[in-house]
Design a protein around this ligand. Structure first.
Ligand code: IDP
Ligand code: MG
Length: 153
């Protein structure tokens, strides 16, 4: 079982898509292990986007991520990191496949609705960045036996 970090970005919050996007993850069978609204500051964005701080678009990216609160989600499931990343789609919404979140809701390379951790290692780091340990809940899904076959989870 893995847990991954998703951020519903201001492009999602402002367009009033929070429920719709959360619904997609729930319908897929991912368990919501943590969920909260946060206003991000410069420090956490510089850390979260450390791989991009030297890129020319970083100032507009950081500004766009602060135009409203974001919703941070911790999502659990078997191979959850890869499953969620695949659901997210290519970074540029215009190039993302239909059926993915970005491919269904985004027209932008920057205002692309969601962030999703890109590896198991980064998921652990990012969960720790956005959640305190007591904000992530380990409980058994009531439909667990219908989400997974015997021996799968
Ligand atoms: P990812 O979100 O698909 O993992 P990253 O390359 O990690 O993509 O970039 C993080 C975020 O930075 C993207 O989701 C997007 O909001 C923004 N971004 C990435 N590349 C560009 C760009 O070329 N122009 C503007 N914003 C970008
Ligand atoms: Mg990334």
């Amino acid at each position: 079982m893995e847990t991954t970090l998703v951020l519903l970005k201001p492009s999602c919050v402002q367009r009033q898509l929070i429920g719709e996007i959360v619904h997609r993850f729930e319908r897929r069978g991912l368990r919501i292990a943590g969920m909260k609204m946060m206003q991000l500051d410069d420090a956490i964005l510089r850390e979260h986007y450390a791989h991009l701080v030297d890129r020319p678009f970083f100032p507009t990216l950081a500004a766009s991520m602060q135009t409203s609160p974001v919703v941070a989600l911790a999502l659990s499931g078997v191979e959850a990191v890869g499953v969620v990343r695949a659901m997210t789609g290519f970074t540029n919404g215009r190039k993302a496949d239909p059926g993915t979140i970005r491919g269904d809701y985004a027209m932008s390379n920057q205002q692309n609705i969601v962030h999703a951790s890109d590896s198991v290692e980064n998921a652990a780091i990012e969960l720790n960045r956005f959640f305190r340990p007591e904000e992530i809940f380990d409980y058994k899904s009531g439909v667990f036996d219908f989400l997974y076959g015997v021996g799968e989870a």
